[in-house]
Every structure is written in structure tokens, then in C-alpha cells.
Ligand binder design. Structure first.
Ligand code: FEO
Length: 174
């Protein structure tokens, strides 16, 4: 793998770990504000982000590349409502989508077909991530601050369970 691409993979890994930390902070916000379902949903997303990072790490190891880790920034936001939290989620995921897209473009430009194919899972995953958040934002906007509607949404979010993502090209021990 070209050094430029390897470095860009490391940058993406650090972004995925930051994403995990961000969702953990959001889960904390919801747990402290009586919305246990949203706390669960964001905690499951934290677990997903860890898996995203770890599968990228494992892929670099498979390619005999090493990872350069960076300090994770403080993820605590000054959120004042569930709507604000999920708006911040959408904004963040849009940045991650752009970053994954740039990484895939770099893989193509450096002639790394294997890395380009590997990254397709992440490209598709981002469509799902943004879609999920957009659905949630639509519901929150319909609720328009109504407590009963908010609690109904919260009870739906409580049902989300973590399933480890299966990323083609990454071994079972990732
Ligand atoms: Fe790993 Fe939410 O993107």
C-alpha cells in the first residue's frame, strides 16, 4: 500500500474512534435527561463505530501496514434537546461520508484496487447511517416537542440491539 493511502486509512480510523466517543457522550446526555431509549440507541451506535474502527485496523494489519493513532478530541457538545443531538449526528455523519468517499477516491487514484473494493462496504454503510438519522429527525420534527410523542419515539429507540457488522475482507478475529 502506498504510504499516502496508509496514512489516510489511519486518519479514518481515528475519525471512527472519535465517532464512537461522540456517540458515547450523546448516550450520556440522554441517560441524564430521562430518555433511556435514545441512550440505548446512541450506545449501540458507539459499539458500531468501534467495530468500524477495528475492522479498518484489522484490514491495515492484513495488508502489513501499521496504524498511527492520534489523541481523541473532547466529544462533549452543548446539546439542549434531542433534536439538536440528532442534527449534530447528521452533520457528523455527512462529514464521515465525505471522508470515506475521499479515502475511496485516493485508493482508486493510487491504483489500490483491493483497498478500493474493501472500502465499498463503508461507502454503502454511510448511506444507511445517514438514512437512519434522517428518519429519526423526521419523527422528532413531527413530534415538535410533544412529550408523549417523544416518549413513544424513545421506546422505539430502546429496541435497537448491537449486531457486529460483517465486513467483507476482514477475518472473523477482527
Ligand atoms: Fe462509522 Fe457512523 O460512521
Amino acid at each position: 500500500m502506498k504510504q499516502e493511502l496508509s496514512r489516510a486509512f489511519s486518519d479514518q480510523i481515528n475519525k471512527e474512534y472519535f465517532s464512537a466517543f461522540l456517540y458515547l457522550a450523546m448516550s450520556n446526555y440522554f441517560a441524564n435527561n430521562g430518555l433511556k431509549g435514545a441512550a440505548n440507541w446512541t450506545y449501540v451506535q458507539y459499539q458500531e463505530e468501534l467495530a468500524h474502527a477495528q475492522n479498518l485496523v484489522h484490514y491495515l494489519h492484513t495488508r502489513s501496514e501499521s496504524v498511527t493513532y492520534a489523541a481523541i478530541a473532547d466529544p462533549s457538545g452543548a446539546w439542549s434537546s434531542p433534536l439538536e443531538v440528532f442534527e449534530a449526528v447528521l452533520e457528523h455523519e455527512q462529514l464521515i461520508t465525505e471522508s470515506i468517499g475521499n479515502l475511496a477516491t485516493l485508493a482508486m487514484q493510487t491504483g489500490d484496487h483491493a483497498a478500493y473494493i474493501f472500502l465499498q462496504w463503508y461507502v454503502t454503510e454511510q448511506v444507511e447511517e445517514e438514512g437512519n438519522v434522517n428518519d429519526l429527525l423526521d419523527k422528532l420534527k413531527l413530534a415538535n416537542g410533544n412529550t408523549n410523542a417523544l416518549l413513544m419515539i424513545d421506546s422505539q429507540l430502546a429496541t435497537r440491539a448491537f449486531t457486529a457488522p460483517v465486513v467483507p475482507g476482514v477475518g472473523a478475529n477482527a
